[in-house]
Design a protein around this ligand. Sequence first.
Ligand code: GRF
Length: 202
Amino acid sequence: KRTVVLISGRGSNMTALIAAASDPAYPAEIVGVISDRVNAAGLGIAAARGIPTKVIVRSDHASKEAYDGAIDAALVAFNAEIVALAGYLRILSRGLVEKWQGRMLNIHPALLPAFKGLDTHARALRAGMRIHGCTVHFVTPEMDDGPIIAQAAVPVMVGDNEDTLAARVLKAEHRLYALALGLVADGKARMEGGRTVLAHFA
Ligand code: GRF
């Protein structure tokens, strides 16, 4: 399935998806990367791997609608079948999300529905969590709220700080996102009636 990745920064999840997709047996292919920031480090990584990139900056557009229209046009131009948000920091408008619903995925660095939003690792530490992790979910108009496709848990270790915990979660993210995108691209995970339906594995 033709997959476009949306990023805002480092792009390590994008890089993990590109690596997974380099296996011919993997059911998704990364056909393009879109960034809302000119200086996102992920853009250079994608380009070095021969993947077309496009920068669509919010301030170049008069309104949120115009910006989201440009994102949609770019997705259509890439012939995208699946959209993977990977560290993409903008909230997309309801219309765009509804158009791509069931075909748009996001990765969140916490075990949803706990710790929606930003600063998840600091908040998990402050809450005294002994496990933490990450979630890949279908995107719905409500932020970090869509049906869960897959989750991975990691332990919170004594002495962890935000950085050590974030690094442990990030490793899990890279494996989890490749797994979840594969399930969706294969039709083994799909969104139906506001829920995720998972295929039974033989
Ligand atoms: C990841 O932790 C992701 O879960 C969160 O933002 C971070 C992006 O990292 N939404 P990267 O750009 O994929 O390296």
